[in-house]
Design a protein around this ligand. Structure first.
Ligand SMILES: *[C@@H]1O[C@H](CO)[C@@H](O)[C@H](O)[C@H]1NC(C)=O
Ligand SMILES: *[C@@H]1O[C@H](CO)[C@@H](O)[C@H](O)[C@H]1NC(C)=O
Ligand SMILES: *[C@@H]1O[C@H](CO)[C@@H](O)[C@H](O)[C@H]1NC(C)=O
Ligand SMILES: *[C@@H]1O[C@H](CO)[C@@H](O)[C@H](O)[C@H]1NC(C)=O
Ligand SMILES: *[C@@H]1O[C@H](CO)[C@@H](O)[C@H](O)[C@H]1NC(C)=O
Ligand SMILES: *[C@@H]1O[C@H](CO)[C@@H](O)[C@H](O)[C@H]1NC(C)=O
Length: 394
């Protein structure tokens, strides 16, 4: 046998053995009951702690069945080189927000080599929480828990799961490096408050692919400090679209750099692709952002760059945004707009946008009152290919 081949075979065997050897920590062995009524948080934490302390690759298993799970923080650092949180069953949060003292339901933190998978469902049971959510208007509102939080987690794969009816965001990513989200279903009603699908910030080398998102707020929101993010094959709707921002709310926000959103479809959403920054903001930067190969199906604002983002009149438009936007490309975007103004590029008077390219746009307005229109301000867009509607500067 050829030596190279032998080495390869040995490596493959070794890898297979490694996979097969992952030690399973079944929460049922820690007296978890799949009755949908008994809180399994103690069992989950004990199983997690044992799996984390293992020297072998390890798996925490929640097998088929319905479980009630109160808030948990699943922490590293772990001894194990890799840890899988495998949910095959339906895991439900307590419906009452009063059961939560913290801002997360299931929080993963300080872990290297995490996988969350299993084909199961995380049900945030947010119905009651949405009715008391007044965070849009009350700055001292109760903070509702995000369903899945990933804080300071590296080398992560989140795949083959469903997140249902979160009380607040479904998934939040903070200070994570090398993370992939793949083959997920994220679902909440179109009128549920603040149920953003995936929010991220201060993180790098993130991939988001093959995700179905139907929710009441942004499908994906890309916050300050996000670098090197690729989003592809997302289907969004209902929801508020895929958004960079909002940026410029706080002093000292880290820059956004290197964002690609491609091959995605938006259906009956409030926005398609959007960049939003607050007026009267501190300085900030977002650069190297590409939106391309996108289909809009009855979307209110298919293409929108808004540097006067000011919901609920919570700010003053007296001074311009100081967030610098540059190297932005909108390419190959087609379909229908449910509002006449299909393309809006509203840059800051204070720091006009630099190098905004827009082309291969084919958007039709499907209402009465004439064809689709566009507007652009404080920018000299670089036009290429077809522009339908024509890009008008004011
Ligand atoms: C878990 O319990 C099953 C029986 O219910 C047993 O076969 C298995 O060895 C236990 N596993 C661990 C890791 O304790
Ligand atoms: C994750 O990676 C960052 C950057 O390389 C490093 O500073 C941090 O300590 C790592 N965290 C963990 C939990 O491995
Ligand atoms: C997501 O939902 C679709 C049907 O709507 C289903 O085919 C697919 O298996 C689901 N994916 C997951 C990860 O549950
Ligand atoms: C994202 O895509 C770009 C360009 O296609 C590539 O250079 C980059 O490495 C990708 N990043 C990740 C995290 O996949
Ligand atoms: C997007 O679709 C185009 C055309 O179908 C394909 O060539 C490209 O590889 C796809 N890119 C991604 C990131 O899925
Ligand atoms: C198109 O979007 C508008 C506004 O969001 C909505 O009222 C209307 O029902 C949608 N049309 C279809 C055919 O879904």
């Amino acid at each position: 046998m050829d030596l190279k081949w032998k080495q390869w075979a040995l490596t493959a065997l070794f890898l297979l053995a490694g996979v097969a050897e992952a030690t399973v920590f079944d929460v049922k062995n820690y007296s978890a009951k799949a009755d949908g009524k008994t809180d399994i948080r103690k069992a989950v934490i004990s199983a997690w702690n044992d799996a984390c302390a293992s020297v072998q690759p390890s798996t925490v298993l929640i097998s088929k069945g319905t479980y009630l799970l109160g808030p948990v923080v699943l922490k590293g650092p772990c001894k194990t080189p890799s840890i899988e949180f495998q949910v095959q069953g339906l895991v439900q949060a307590p419906p009452d927000p009063a059961a939560f003292k913290t801002d997360g339901w299931i929080v993963f933190q300080y872990i290297n080599g995490l996988t969350v998978s299993g084909g199961g469902t995380f049900d945030g049971q947010g119905q009651k929480a949405w009715t008391i959510n007044n965070c849009g208007t009350n700055p001292n509102c109760r903070i509702l828990p995000v369903s899945l939080r990933f804080n300071f987690v590296n080398n992560t794969m989140i795949q083959d799961i469903t997140s249902l009816n979160s009380k607040n965001f479904h998934i939040n990513i903070f200070q994570c490096y090398d993370l992939t989200l793949k083959n997920l279903n994220i679902t909440a009603p179109g009128d549920s408050a603040n149920t953003d699908g995936i929010h991220m910030g201060d993180s790098a080398r993130i991939r988001v692919t093959d995700i179905l998102i139907a929710t009441g707020d942004d499908c994906i929101s890309i916050g300050p400090g996000t670098r090197n993010l690729n989003v592809s094959r997302v289907i969004c709707g209902p929801g508020h679209g895929i958004s960079v921002g909002s940026l410029g709310k706080y002093k000292g926000e880290a820059e956004v750099n290197g964002i690609f959103v491609r091959n995605s479809t938006f259906i009956n959403t409030q926005n398609g692709v959007r960049i939003k920054t607050w007026p009267s903001s501190p300085v900030g930067t977002a650069t190297n952002i590409v939106f391309e190969d996108l289909i809009m199906n009855n979307v209110s604002n298919p293409v929108i760059l808004d540097q006067e983002y000011c919901p609920h009149f919570k700010c003053t438009k007296k001074d311009p945004s100081l967030v610098k936007l540059s190297n932005i490309k909108f390419n190959k975007i087609r379909g229908t707009s449910s509002s006449q103004l299909a393309v809006v590029i509203a840059c800051s008077k204070g720091v006009p946008c630099k190098n905004v390219k827009i082309g291969n746009i084919n958007l039709k307005y499907n209402g009465i009152g004439g064809p689709a229109q566009s507007t652009s301000s404080n920018v000299k867009p670089i036009l290429f290919g077809l522009q339908m509607p024509p890009i008008i500067s004011i």
